[in-house]
Design a binder for this molecule. Structure first.
Ligand SMILES: Cc1cc2nc3c(=O)[nH]c(=O)nc-3n(C[C@H](O)[C@H](O)[C@H](O)COP(=O)(O)OP(=O)(O)OC[C@H]3O[C@@H](n4cnc5c(N)ncnc54)[C@H](O)[C@@H]3O)c2cc1C
Length: 376
């Protein structure tokens, strides 16, 4: 369990609330938004209940090219060009057309933060009444507000709760150790619908299980997978994972990352998409700050950009629902058929194109709605 570094007692003074932009949440999505606002002259406040980088919530694997484009190479721990997929009836080695890298969460957040010129305060956001954001350090208001608070989507009245909501759940342990393989297990012996993983990151391995069905608990299978791999079940972390898009703008608020359901169904890959939609959101805010666009147009264009990805997310969700229903022997047969170079290039190429790394390096100018839709 990481040591808490958040402000306590007398340090928790009321916050100054005269800002142009208030970004709630300082993880992937929130920091991507703030980064995009650097050097606009906007007075940006980022708040989070923990210090930046203090509380990791994922296995921290992302396409290497995304990390490079954002200048985050120094946080990378290990890079993989092959994904090993285990099922009860086969083991398939998929040579990827692009690589995945695991990274160190505090380092990545620090590197993103270095590229921002916002200010940061620790504060717990409790909710919103109209344009007023309630925190444990007082009420805040700003003309531009972003909810990057994760799956709870706290700044929308329309909250939903597990286990009835479209949420998956994931839990992992972080034993010390080393391995060269990025591995996943599609095995009903661990989880009826979902998968297990082992993601090495230099001197630690992130071993976990995710269930697409929120009613299935994942602690016992996570401990069992760790034990089957001869790893210690230590240093736990877990969270709910949204698997359905939600409106990216509502009631004057921008939502990005898990708060807008931007995590991809089937793979539960949500870091790249949080960065991608965070950048798109930041570019819209930038246009408003620079008086190139009214707020209403920015909200509308950002929501349209997010919604233009709906069919891709829905296709992934259909696959998420289908895979657990495929008989295991047939699944093994299908996976073996997927090992071909041409299939892997085609399928992983399309998969990366849902949120392509090139988006990060486009010039920080204001995209128009058609330009954003083309990028999608
Ligand atoms: C076990 C597990 C492993 C995963 N592994 C991967 C992976 O390897 N690769 C991948 O791409 N995705 C992975 N994911 C998914 C990924 O973690 C999320 O999709 C991603 O973190 C979303 O980023 P975000 O910035 O939207 O939200 P989050 O990362 O959840 O950040 C939300 C931020 O808001 C803050 N916050 C929340 N509530 C409050 C509040 N009330 N007041 C103030 N601050 C608050 C939090 O402290 C946090 O900093 C994994 C998920 C889980 C559960």
């Amino acid at each position: 369990m990481p040591r808490r570094r958040t402000k306590r007692g007398n340090e928790r003074t009321p916050l100054d609330c005269s800002r142009d932009v208030l970004i709630c949440g300082a993880s992937f999505a929130g920091l991507a938004v703030a980064r995009e606002l650097a050097s606009t002259g906007a007075n940006v406040l980022v708040v989070d209940r923990y210090e930046i980088g203090e509380r990791q919530t994922s296995a921290c694997a992302a396409p290497t090219e995304w990390l490079r484009k954002l200048g985050l190479e120094d946080s990378m721990r290990q890079t993989f060009d092959t994904l090993v997929v285990h099922t009860p009836h086969t083991e398939v080695r998929m040579r990827l057309p692009w690589t995945f890298s695991t990274f160190d969460y505090p380092e990545l957040c620090a590197l993103l933060w270095e590229q921002c010129d916002a200010s940061f305060e620790t504060a717990k956001v409790n909710g919103r009444t109209g344009g007023v954001i309630h925190t444990d350090r007082g009420d805040l208001e700003a003309p531009l507000v972003v909810d990057a608070l994760g799956w709870r989507r706290l700044l929308d009245g329309d909250g939903y709760q597990p286990p009835d909501a479209p949420l998956s759940r994931g839990l992992e342990v972080h034993p010390w150790g080393a391995s060269d393989e990025l591995e996943i297990w599609i095995d009903r012996g661990y989880v009826p619908a979902g998968y297990g993983w082992s993601f090495p990151a230099s001197d630690e391995i992130r071993v976990g299980v995710g269930s697409f069905d929120p009613r299935h608990h994942v602690k016992e299978p996570t401990v069992r997978l760790a034990s089957d791999l001869d790893r210690d079940a230590v240093r736990y972390q877990g969270n709910w994972i949204p698997h359905q898009l939600r409106p990216a703008a509502a009631d004057g608020i921008f939502f990005c990352g898990d708060s807008a359901g931007h995590c991809l169904p089937l793979t539960a890959e949500g870091i790249r998409t949080a960065l991608y939609f965070g950048i798109a959101c930041g570019r819209e805010l930038r246009a408003v700050v620079q008086e190139e666009k009214p707020l209403e147009a920015a909200l509308r264009d950002y929501a349209a950009f997010s919604a233009s990805h709906r069919w891709k997310f829905e296709a992934m969700l259909r696959a998420q629902r289908l895979v657990p229903r495929v008989p295991p022997r047939l699944l093994a047969y299908m996976l073996r058929g997927m090992e071909t170079r041409s299939f892997l290039d085609w399928s992983f190429g399309h998969y990366l194109a849902i949120a392509p790394p090139g988006f990060a390096s486009e010039p920080r100018t204001t995209p128009t709605a058609p330009a954003l839709a083309r990028a999608a």
